[in-house]
Design a protein around this ligand. Structure first.
Ligand code: UD1
Length: 368
């Protein structure tokens, strides 16, 4: 058996780790050791995902919690180093682009433990995004790269990654989506939110660039006020967004929007079903850009760029930016029934995790 540490820490990690861990257990040749860094810790940001996705209890929870980037990254590194020294893994597998991804990749590499990066090679070109720095640093020290879209491969090769270490495997996030679509359908979330299938849009927003500056957040809320006059909006808000809305005194704005269902973060199944039944999605999340493409739901990305261009070139996504005018214009196109149809990117077929495990096992065998 090969011992591999799998790292998760923040909400978008959980749906990526779940299918990889399940495929590892099904194959039976790798002994997985699951580390939760504790970057996210609220029940609704963490445990609810473990429950719904049936992820086993982590072998260890580092319990690092929130803090500045330096504080959080440093705390993860200090605690993760102890785990690596104690457990002596043959490989550390990290997913995505959060601070936990970066911190654990650095620690493993300095202990000469090979690093596998799932969702490697994505680039937004925007160095003001903490995730972009996390992606670049993680990819610059990883040993095995698992990519989700063609541009990921191109970026990695341009940055000098060895070709035989870069594997286009498809998208583990879509493995989770396909595995959970049926179960999600059984949850009465449309009734809970008092919305009808196809007659509302789903909104999520949590990027610091959108929610930490009142000059950006205020006008966006005003745009949502106009959109909710056309159709209902379901708006599950990230803790960061909730606290910024309060801090800037914008709760009043929300209270004056009768067609907005404003609620705390939702679990994976509820979000999946709401996405699948929506008329369209407005978001600044990376995951939702991909999930809407997989489901064929129009997606308006409230950002100036995306690290997931295949969702635009092949899928249903458009990057509309943060200007209310552009957002409102795009909504009109969707409501007029003129949005592009979109297709499914290669390898987004529910089997990405199986492909990853086969490559991992071959790599570990060769390295012994
Ligand atoms: C992190 C990721 C981001 C990802 C997002 C998904 C980084 C740099 N960012 O951003 O890529 O899209 O997760 O959610 O890793 N908080 C709680 N409860 C929690 C977690 C956070 O209340 O369980 C609050 C705290 O006030 C915290 C703030 O949210 O300071 C931000 O959390 P943090 O993990 O630093 O970053 P996210 O914005 O969640």
């Amino acid at each position: 058996m090969f011992k591999v540490i799998l790292v998760c820490g923040a909400r978008p990690n959980f749906m990526k780790i779940a299918p990889v861990l399940a495929a590892i257990r099904a194959s039976g040749r790798i002994q997985p050791y699951l580390v939760h860094t504790g970057q996210h810790y609220d029940e609704k940001m963490s445990q609810s995902f473990f429950d719904v996705l049936r992820i086993p209890r982590p072998d260890v929870d580092l319990g690092v919690g929130s803090g500045s980037h330096a504080e959080q990254t440093a705390r993860i590194m200090v605690e993760f180093e102890k785990v690596c020294i104690r457990e002596k893994p043959e490989m550390v597998l990290v997913v995505g682009d959060v601070n936990s991804t970066l911190a654990c990749a650095i620690v493993a590499k300095k202990l000469w433990v090979p690093v596998a990066h799932v969702e490697a090679g994505l680039r937004s070109g925007d160095m003001r995004m903490p995730e972009e720095i996390n992606r670049i640093v993680t990819d610059s020290i990883s040993d095995l790269f698992f990519t989700t879209e063609p541009e990921g491969n191109e970026n990695l090769l341009r940055f000098g990654a060895p070709k035989d270490r870069v594997h286009y495997v498809g998208n583990v996030m879509i493995d989770s989506l396909l595995q959970n679509r049926e179960a999600a359908e059984k949850i009465p979330v449309l009734e809970e939110m008092k919305v009808e299938s196809g007659k509302y849009c789903l909104l999520t927003m949590h990027r610091p660039s959108n929610v930490d500056d009142p000059k950006v957040l205020g006008p966006l809320l005003d745009a949502f006020a106009k959109i909710q006059e056309r159709l209902k909006i379901v708006f599950p808000a990230h803790p960061r967004t909730m606290s910024m809305i309060e801090k800037f005194g914008f709760s009043e704005k929300i209270a004056k929007m009768p067609n907005v269902v404003f609620c705390p973060p939702l679990d994976y199944h509820r979000t999946l079903k709401l996405n699948a039944h929506s008329r369209f999605v407005m978001t600044d999340s990376g995951g939702l850009q991909e999930e809407t493409t997989a489901l064929g739901i129009p997606c308006l990305t409230i950002r100036e760029n995306t690290e997931r261009p295949v969702t635009v070139t092949t899928g249903t996504n458009e990057v509309v930016g943060t200007s209310p005018e552009k957002l409102l214009a795009a909504v009109e196109v969707i409501l007029a029934g003129k949005w592009k149809k979109g297709g499914i990117p290669e390898g987004w077929d529910g089997k990405a995790s199986e492909r990853i495990v086969a490559i991992l096992e071959a790599f570990l065998e060769r390295s012994r």
